[in-house]
Write a protein that binds this ligand. Structure first.
Ligand code: CA
Length: 224
C-alpha cells in the first residue's frame, strides 16, 4: 500500500513516516502543497494524509485538485482541534475522513486502514463520530456495524449533528438547518426528533449516549 503524507511540520511528518513504515506501508512525504500535487501527478497512492495548513498551496485546494484527477485515492485530512469549519470544508472538498490534531497514531492508522478497506468507488464521504457513521449516499447510519433505518427528518437531524460534532446547537439553529423555514408545526418538534434519534442510535444497551441535552441552550453531539 502506497501512502503519501503531506505535512510541513517535520516532527509530525517523521513520526507518521516511521509509524506507517513499521506497518508495512510504502511512504512518501511532501512538505508543501505544491510538492503534494507533483507527487500525486506521478504516483498512484492508495491513501493520502493531508494537513490543512500548508505552505505554497493549502490542504483544501490540494484536496480539490487531487479529487479532480482521481476518485480512487482515499484522502484523510488532519485538522486543528476546534476548526469545525475546516472539517466541513475538507469533507466538502472531497476528503473521506479527518483526524483532529493532536491525534494518536493508533487511531490514525486504524482510520487509514478503514479507508483503504472501504475503497472509494463512487460513493461520497462517510461521516463518522465515535462508533456511529452516516453515509450520505445511502442516507443510512450504522453503529457497531448495525444499520439504522432513518426517516428523512431523522437523517437530516443526525447529519447536522455529525457535521457539527462537539458543538452546542441551539433549537433555533437545528430548526433552521433541518426543517425548512416555512415549517409551521409542533413547537416541540426538535425535542421530539432528538428523542426518536437517541432511541434509534442506541443499537445495544451498552451504547454510550451521544446526543446530550444542554439545559437551556440546546443539544450537543459528544462522547460521554
Ligand atoms: Ca501544517
Amino acid at each position: 500500500m502506497h501512502l503519501l503524507i503531506v505535512e510541513d511540520e517535520e516532527k509530525i511528518a517523521n513520526f507518521l513516516r516511521r509509524g506507517f513504515i513499521e506497518e508495512h506501508f510504502a511512504v512518501d512525504v511532501a512538505k508543501d502543497g505544491e510538492q503534494a500535487l507533483y507527487e500525486t501527478d506521478i504516483n498512484d497512492y492508495d491513501c493520502i494524509i493531508l494537513d490543512i495548513l500548508l505552505p505554497k498551496v493549502d490542504g483544501i485546494t490540494v484536496c480539490r485538485k487531487i479529487r479532480a484527477k482521481s476518485t480512487t485515492t482515499s484522502i484523510l485530512m488532519l485538522t486543528a482541534k476546534d476548526a469545525v469549519e475546516d472539517k466541513i470544508t475538507g469533507l466538502d472538498a472531497g476528503a473521506d475522513d479527518y483526524v483532529t490534531k493532536p491525534f494518536s497514531f493508533g487511531e490514525l492508522s486504524a482510520r487509514v486502514r478503514a479507508l483503504i478497506r472501504r475503497g472509494r468507488k463512487a460513493d461520497p464521504v462517510v461521516l463518522t463520530f465515535d462508533t456511529l457513521s452516516l453515509n450520505p449516499a445511502t442516507k443510512t447510519a450504522q453503529r457497531n456495524g448495525k444499520t439504522i433505518i432513518l426517516t428523512s427528518r431523522e437523517y437530516a437531524l443526525l447529519e447536522y449533528f455529525m457535521r457539527n460534532p462537539n458543538m452546542v446547537l441551539s433549537k433555533t439553529q437545528i430548526m433552521e438547518h433541518v426543517w425548512d423555514y416555512n415549517y409551521e408545526g409542533m413547537s416541540n418538534i426538535v425535542e421530539t426528533y432528538v428523542k426518536y434519534l437517541r432511541k434509534k442510535i442506541k443499537t445495544k444497551d451498552t451504547d454510550m449516549e451521544l446526543i446530550h441535552t444542554m439545559r437551556g441552550s440546546g443539544y450537543i453531539l459528544k462522547q460521554g
